[in-house]
Design a protein around this ligand. Structure first.
Ligand code: HEC
Ligand code: HEC
Length: 281
């Protein structure tokens, strides 16, 4: 159990983060620090800590090989699909507004759904939802490696502050209600060439694991509890990041197209969130 003091400290950190965000908005983007660059693991001195950070980086970008549902070591098949964290946390968490992870370590613990969540619990929330799998043991090497990688890429950011570009950019409301039939047309013209007509993307060729292009629905996709399965999250992600090559400053889709295609993708079948015990991610 956490002490009240720890709870208060965590809540204070969240308030500082929210306050900094409100006070500066996206203006802090203009600061000379580029929070998203300079995270080269190969420049670190050799040693056990560097090995752990490197393994964490591999877990983020090559998730299926290590902990996917068809991972080499059957004891480590924690995920229920073969997605990579980096399919959503683009460029291994280093793309502004591509669900980056650069100030994640510095901004946890955080209050989510009325629970104070540690960074490990937040990782397990993606394990049980986006990865449709089971929780990683908190003291296992994989969890330690994920946390070491997040600590490494967060090391430049002030404790308790979420830097500009974290999460997804706010997306304006659509002019008319999102329409999945219109969305299917957007899908056909902007998405299908990569994610395919059945939405199953393209598997990577052996010896690679996982996907060249990730699936968007079906048994091998994220489940109904994932942030990406909600229309608002999907629309904001898609507008700022899809098709590949777009970014929040130069979106390819209009706001309406992003909402429509998100309505289409989120209306397709996917695994249901399995019951999670109360107070667990
Ligand atoms: C299908 C997309 C998807 C995949 C795959 C995915 N995530 Fe996430 N993740 C999200 C979304 C969306 C959020 C944003 C929060 C929300 O809406 O719940 C998030 C948030 C997070 C956060 C909190 C970030 C912060 O600063 O608050 C962490 C940590 C995280 N994910 C880790 C992981 C790890 C580790 C993996 C791989 C094991 C992973 N995620 C796989 C979509 C994904
Ligand atoms: C040029 C190929 C390409 C096109 C076109 C494209 N995508 Fe993607 N998509 C990818 C790749 C590759 C990823 C993995 C992230 C990355 O590497 O950028 C991805 C990731 C995603 C994800 C998050 C991961 C997941 O499993 O769900 C969503 C959602 C998504 N794309 C939706 C779309 C939508 C909607 C469109 C059309 C508006 C689209 N994409 C167009 C290649 C493409």
């Amino acid at each position: 159990m956490r002490s009240n003091f720890q709870k208060t400290a965590a809540v204070a950190a969240v308030l500082v983060a929210a306050g900094a965000g409100l006070a500066t908005g996206y203006a802090i983007w203009g600061w000379p620090t580029n929070w998203y660059a300079g995270h080269d693991i190969s420049a670190l001195p050799p040693g056990p800590e560097t090995d752990l950070i490197r393994y964490g980086g591999q877990l983020v970008s090559d998730t299926a090989r290590h902990i996917g549902k068809s991972a080499t070591d059957p004891a480590k098949r924690y995920a229920g699909n073969d997605l990579s964290c980096s399919h959503c946390h683009i460029n291994s968490g280093l793309k502004p507004f591509g669900l980056p992870l650069v100030s994640t370590f510095a901004s946890y613990p955080m209050m989510i759904d009325e629970h104070i969540m540690s960074v490990a619990q937040r990782i397990n929330r993606c394990m049980t939802r986006s990865m449709n799998g089971s929780m990683l043991p908190e003291n296992g090497r994989e969890m330690e490696a994920f946390v070491a990688y997040l600590r490494f890429i967060s090391r430049k950011t002030p404790q308790g502050v979420r830097v500009a570009g974290m999460g997804l950019p706010p997306l304006s409301a659509p002019a008319r209600a999102p329409d999945r039939v219109e969305g299917a047309k957007v899908y056909a013209s902007h998405c299908m060439k990569c994610h395919k007509d059945d939405g199953q993307g393209e598997p990577a060729m052996a010896p690679a694991f996982g996907y060249e292009i990730p699936p968007l629905w079906g048994d091998n996709s994220f489940n109904s509890g994932a942030g990406m399965s909600h229309i608002g999250g999907a629309a904001a992600f898609i507008h700022a990041n899809m098709p590949v090559g777009s970014d929040y400053r130069e979106p390819i889709l209009t706001v309406q197209e992003a909402w429509d295609v998100a309505a289409f993708v989120t209306s397709m079948p996917r695994p249901a969130l399995r019951a999670v015990p109360a107070n667990k991610p």
